[in-house]
Design a protein around this ligand. Structure first.
Ligand code: ACO
Length: 324
């Protein structure tokens, strides 16, 4: 059997209609636009409407990605949905997306790595396609984090938003499509850090959904080192350096984390895609959302070398390097 690699055929996203500005939040908790912008870079975020679920956001992003790829739902035989805010405890929201798209073949599952979910999902889909388990995958990050926020905790409720992004990943002959495709992936986790960023509920522990809890300073302290770790591993595995990257598309948690990582890695600031100002932190959705924005506005072009990274609850962290 010939060797396979995976290329990105299309990208799309969806944001709920309602936006919440920092001033809107200042009417809910004791905060201010100045404080939020200075500490996080966030100015506004989107919130899903009542009755609008993670699978709805994911379905809309998936349809946009299929349109961008010039493909139909039936062309897809694998759906990997990265989310920490599924519609229900089970079944996986991915099977709801499969049903919404009218797909009756292949398989679909959720993947849970919180903010690192998209890089985990992309890596997992890449491996499954290369193993011949499917031919074309929708890899989706979709979240409704506003549903798990404690709206009395100003330390967390100002940081997150809802949204979804998706890519269509296709297995092709490794010798085709020039240098395009996923080049290297590096995933890590360390469960000792669970208490620094978690949700204080769940089916097995409290039988409730719970709310997000975070030691912000502790997360900040670890983030830059962990991000640097997987990016340096990506450079080492490929013999590339920061100068070779066309676009750096980091998880959009906080402007200060992005700026500190970019500085430490020597990545030119003009190569960094930033959407945290208008999306907030959308967890697993943030990278495909940012990819979709940068593709739509013409920054990302075919054959560009792109570096994705994320770090989040667990802790989990990871990076993917690909040629668009
Ligand atoms: N508005 C006004 N004041 C606030 C707010 C707010 N929204 N939130 C906290 N404060 C206050 C605190 O109560 C505290 O007041 P005190 O000194 O009177 O006690 C003061 O601000 C400082 O609080 P800290 O938590 O120490 O503030 P810090 O400078 O660390 O900023 C922040 C907090 C923005 C959360 C920062 O720690 C951070 O960015 N951490 C990274 C966390 C992150 O991005 N998590 C996202 C999930 S993980 C991921 O996706 C990677």
């Amino acid at each position: 059997m010939s060797q396979l690699k995976c290329i990105i055929r299309g990208v799309g996203s969806y944001l709920p209609e309602e936006t919440l500005t920092n001033s809107d939040l200042a009417r809910i908790v004791d905060t201010s636009d100045e404080w939020i912008v200075e500490r996080t870079g966030i100015r506004e975020r989107h919130r899903a409407a009542p009755g609008e679920f993670t699978s709805d956001l994911a379905t809309k992003a998936a349809l946009a990605a299929l349109k961008d790829a010039g493909l139909q739902p039936d062309d897809i035989d694998l759906i990997v949905l990265a989310t920490a805010t599924p519609d229900n405890t089970f079944p996986a929201s991915a099977v709801q997306v499969q049903a919404n798209l009218g797909i009756r073949h292949g398989f679909a599952f959720d993947l849970h790595a919180v903010c690192s979910g998209f890089v985990y999902a992309l890596t997992t889909a890449d491996a499954q396609l290369k193993a011949g388990l499917a031919k074309r995958a929708l890899v989706i990050g979709a979240e409704t984090f506003t549903r798990i926020l404690d709206w009395t905790d100003r330390g967390t409720c100002v940081l997150f938003g809802d949204g979804a992004g998706a890519v269509v990943l296709e297995a092709v002959d490794a010798d085709s499509h020039g240098e395009r495709g996923i080049i290297t992936s590096h995933l890590r986790s360390d469960g000792r850090h669970k208490a620094k960023l978690y949700v204080d509920g769940g089916p097995s522990t409290t039988q409730t959904t719970g709310h997000l809890r975070m030691e912000g300073r502790e997360v900040f302290k670890h983030a830059v080192g962990m991000i640097t770790d997987v990016i340096e591993a990506s450079f080492a595995a490929t013999g590339t350096t920061a100068a070779d990257i066309d676009w750096f598309v980091p998880h959009q948690a906080n402007r200060r984390i992005i700026d500190a990582s970019v500085k430490k890695l020597g990545i030119a600031p003009e190569k960094v895609v930033v959407t945290v100002d208008v999306h907030g932190n959308t967890s697993a959705a943030s990278i495909p959302l940012a990819l979709s924005v940068a593709k739509a506005d013409g920054r990302i072009q075919p054959n560009d070398l792109i570096l994705l990274e994320a770090m989040g609850g667990g802790f989990t962290w990871g990076a993917v390097m690909l040629r668009w």
